[in-house]
Design a protein around this ligand. Sequence first.
Ligand SMILES: NC(=O)c1ccc[n+]([C@@H]2O[C@H](COP(=O)([O-])OP(=O)(O)OC[C@H]3O[C@@H](n4cnc5c(N)ncnc54)[C@H](O)[C@@H]3O)[C@@H](O)[C@H]2O)c1
Length: 462
Amino acid sequence: MSAHDPVRLALIGAGNRGADVYAGWCLDHPDEGGVVAVADPDPVRRRSVGDRHGIADERRHDDWRTLIDDLADVDGVIVATPDRSHVEPAEAVLAADRDLLLEKPIAATAEGVRRVAAAADASAATVTVAHVLRYTPFFATVKRLLDEGAIGRLAGIQHTENIGFWHFAHSYVRGPWRRAGTASPMILAKASHDFDILRWLAGTRCETVACSGALTHFRSGHRPEGAPDYCLDGCPAADDCPFHAGRLYLDELADRDGWPMNHLTDDRSPGARAAAVARGPFGRCVYACDNDVADHYSAVLGFAGGVSATLTVSAFTRDTTRTLKLMGSRGELRGHLDAGEIELRRFLPRTEGPAGPDDTGVHHTDVISVEALDAGAADDVLGLRIGHAGGDAGLMADFVRRLRRRQAGLSVEAALTDLDESLESHFMALAAEQARLRETVVHLDRPITDETTAITTPRSTT
Ligand SMILES: NC(=O)c1ccc[n+]([C@@H]2O[C@H](COP(=O)([O-])OP(=O)(O)OC[C@H]3O[C@@H](n4cnc5c(N)ncnc54)[C@H](O)[C@@H]3O)[C@@H](O)[C@H]2O)c1
């Protein structure tokens, strides 16, 4: 194989992330990488990705265990199974010494995270955790500006993960991440990215975590009078409910083919969509689901060296993006991920260059626009930008670049989001869940255990 042949990838878990995002990247970049083997127990998903990538029949596995015996010519493996099914395939891929791209969360439990870490320690292969935000031009620029001293000494961070009301209802009330026991606590599932970014920007380890939050809204007590179990069964509150399944899936997303419609049905014909909304899990009244994950959190984090941060993760937002403000000794930086906009407000007057519109003479402001990678390909679902502001593409490009180096016999450096970098964010998220449930401050100098994250006492809610 020449150094310029596409790298050969195997895919475990051919759902939205595996098939659409990562394998999809290969279809857009056929000279860079190709998928040569797949494992997924779902025959429709297996056939779909197999046909799109021309995968030989004998390399379409219904079990990841048989795929592990089929890695002879494979350069790297992507594990994109559901949250509770990451650990065992990840261990097996690492035991086979194949470079691994592992979806977050690494695992849903502290024990699982430690098992993957042990497997990585014993392996010659690298792990790239899919903390895609670090690969966005936006966060890369924020980090660079901080490292260059643009705002002086960092003292505080305010970071918000605006999940978006409809996105939350889709994923965390009706969808696969609605129960902590079958997926993971919402703060780990949704915000391991954000903890990772906070840790990266703070530049030191997190020492303490306090957290408040609850499942306040998506509960039976808020069910409108007379609302049926399924929205389409003549709900009297249909016009007044922001979460009505018919409006969302059959009107607003009527022309949508990819995520999130792929969660509803593999058959995207109008009849199949209507049937899925009429009687499927995504057609349920949001006040009559079996969800138990919190719908909002606020965490306060203390880092070594004195940086403090707040993280708000909320269902109750119109936008679906991250916003943040960094506060330093010489200025502040405000950013909006999906707008690709960074505003630097410095505490000193400008000494060179033309004055900006907001310059007052006692401070000056720069506005920096950051183009998302592959912005042309980024598509938009009700204001939610698909592709994580270029992070999905950035992650794959970097993974493939490092595989190419190995293929060429060159040294392979650790990923920007390798396991060592990523473990802490998971322990921070698990600590936040523990702090919330116990109404206490958790100190990260003591190991996080699963006993302490398994408490299920909810805060009082109405
Ligand atoms: N990095 C990110 O920003 C990001 C975003 C969304 C989801 N995720 C994570 O990615 C993972 C996959 O999410 P998704 O949205 O693609 O889910 P999905 O349900 O669309 O896909 C999961 C696929 O895994 C398959 N599968 C289930 N058990 C399997 C097994 N034992 N072996 C092989 N395949 C198996 C399923 O049939 C399905 O096709 C989850 O852990 C999720 O939390 C990460």
